[in-house]
Ligand binder design. Structure first.
Ligand SMILES: CC(C)(COP(=O)(O)OP(=O)(O)OC[C@H]1O[C@@H](n2cnc3c(N)ncnc32)[C@H](O)[C@@H]1OP(=O)(O)O)[C@@H](O)C(=O)NCCC(=O)NCCS
Length: 179
């Protein structure tokens, strides 16, 4: 499916219906619960901003194909990554970030590069609308273990510490001045 032809991506709207979204795997059920029970309220009240991929052609018409959520965050990179410029930024325990807090594609529409388009869109939102105006050096996510390889393909790096590698949802990041 082609972004811009078969589907578009935009901010969640109060009129969007989330009820038909399917996750398939029970492990991804919390993502569906978030979308259907909290996303609208959190979006309206600036707790978490959700973006949706909406089908515009064929079987996908008017379907919510996928979504992601962004929140303000921070990352403790000590022991796992070194900022090379400016090096004295490394003395801080935490550095500013935006977190890709939720990401899912409807199970019937996986494998069509919608997940990739959503990650690319989230990166563009942060690079174009946050980085020039608010100190923010990283895009971060707490990756579900089965999605670590997906995020690596999308350009994320696993924070290289022993503690992080053992986490159920290890921290992964993109250095926004290196992408
Ligand atoms: C992970 C997820 C978002 C991927 O969405 P998708 O639309 O199916 O992925 P895409 O079609 O854009 O895949 C892009 C690339 O990633 C690869 N990929 C997709 N899912 C992958 C996975 N779980 N592990 C490794 N690679 C994966 C694809 O093979 C493709 O690789 P290629 O560039 O070599 O062809 C989707 O499977 C999903 O919603 N999973 C359940 C929820 C979840 O795990 N969310 C993320 C963690 S919070």
């Amino acid at each position: 499916m082609i972004f811009g032809e078969d589907y578009s991506i935009r901010l969640l709207d109060p009129s969007d219906s989330t009820s038909g979204f399917k996750t398939g795997d029970p492990a991804a059920q919390p993502l569906k619960s978030f979308l259907q029970n909290q996303a609208q309220e959190f979006h309206q009240h600036s707790i978490a901003k959700t973006y949706v991929a909406l089908g515009e052609a064929g079987d996908a018409t008017d379907k919510l194909l996928g979504f992601f959520t962004l929140i303000a965050s921070e990352i403790d990179i000590r022991g796992g990554y070194v900022v090379d410029d400016p090096t004295h930024a490394n003395r801080y325990a935490s550095l500013p970030a935006v977190k890709l807090a939720r990401l899912a594609v409807d199970s019937r529409f996986r494998g069509f590069r919608i997940g990739e388009a959503l990650v690319d869109y989230s990166l563009a939102v942060v690079v174009e609308n946050v980085v020039p105006y608010v100190g923010c050096r990283f895009l971060v996510t707490d990756a579900k273990q089965p999605a670590v390889a997906f995020y690596e393909k999308m350009g994320f790096t696993l924070l290289d510490t022993e503690d992080n590698r053992k986490r159920e949802n290890p921290v992964m990041f993109i250095d926004l001045l290196k992408c």
